[in-house]
Design a protein around this ligand. Structure first.
Ligand code: ADP
Ligand code: MG
Length: 211
């Protein structure tokens, strides 16, 4: 495993700021379809990670993702904590014995998203964060297969994430608290899908600037 996750402190600050900047919309969405705690949950988790950021930067990617996964599991609470925790723990185990490449990171992300599906007993089309994360994972693999260059890849992730969040608007929620709304969930986008999208778009902007 090569490369230290030196960008993590900056990325964690960025994601905390992104969720804060979008907090009114995200809170309202989770209030409509859920219990309104999604922003508080995410900010709690990101604050815990911020406190550990310098240590994370000194380990390797696999070690950092393990600490992130365990921290999110124990601090975030709610469905999103166990789902994001699962994503990072799976990525940690996939990256443990592999050399770090863009392809290796994309494979780890794909396997992480598959682990989230298993954990949530859910898939695309159920009006959740998976409606953003699954198409993004597929897009990553496809564009890497096609040999796409870095900025094309980052642009594609951002637009697939936006399409994914919009796709949740006309879905009937069948998982999580929103499932209690049944048909009344139609017409609203999902809070978890929206927060995944805003974090992914902030990350792709950051990575374009990094190049
Ligand atoms: P809680 O629903 O426990 O209050 P949060 O508000 O933090 O937790 O997160 C809610 C989000 O979690 C939803 O908007 C949805 O995107 C996602 N979610 C909930 N249940 C599932 C599931 N079974 N599979 C995938 N995503 C889910
Ligand atoms: Mg909630």
């Amino acid at each position: 495993m090569v490369g230290k996750p030196e960008i993590l402190p900056d990325v964690i600050v960025l994601l905390h700021g992104t969720i804060s900047n979008n907090s009114d919309e995200l809170e309202e969405l989770d209030r409509i379809l859920g219990d309104g705690d999604h922003v508080v949950n995410l900010l709690r988790g990101l604050a815990v990670l911020q406190a550990k950021a310098d240590d994370l930067a000194r380990t390797d990617w696999s070690g950092a993702f393990q600490v992130i996964g365990l921290s999110l599991m124990s601090s975030v609470g709610g469905a999103s904590g166990s789902l994001y925790g699962t994503l990072f723990l799976k990525m940690s185990s996939v990256l443990k014995d592999n050399e770090l490449t863009t392809r290796g990171m994309a494979d780890a992300f794909n396997q992480g998203v598959d682990a989230m599906k298993a954990r949530g007993k859910s898939d695309v089309g159920e009006k959740t964060m998976l409606d953003v994360l699954v198409p993004v994972a597929q897009c990553l693999t496809q564009l890497l297969d096609e040999g796409a260059e870095r900025n094309v890849l980052l642009d594609a992730i951002a637009s697939v994430a936006l399409e994914g969040v919009e796709s949740t608007r006309n879905m009937v929620a069948t998982k999580g608290r929103a499932a209690y709304m049944g048909d009344r969930s139609v017409g609203h986008i999902d809070a978890g899908a929206k927060s995944s999208q805003v974090m992914l778009c902030a990350l792709t902007d950051f990575l374009v600037d990094e190049a």
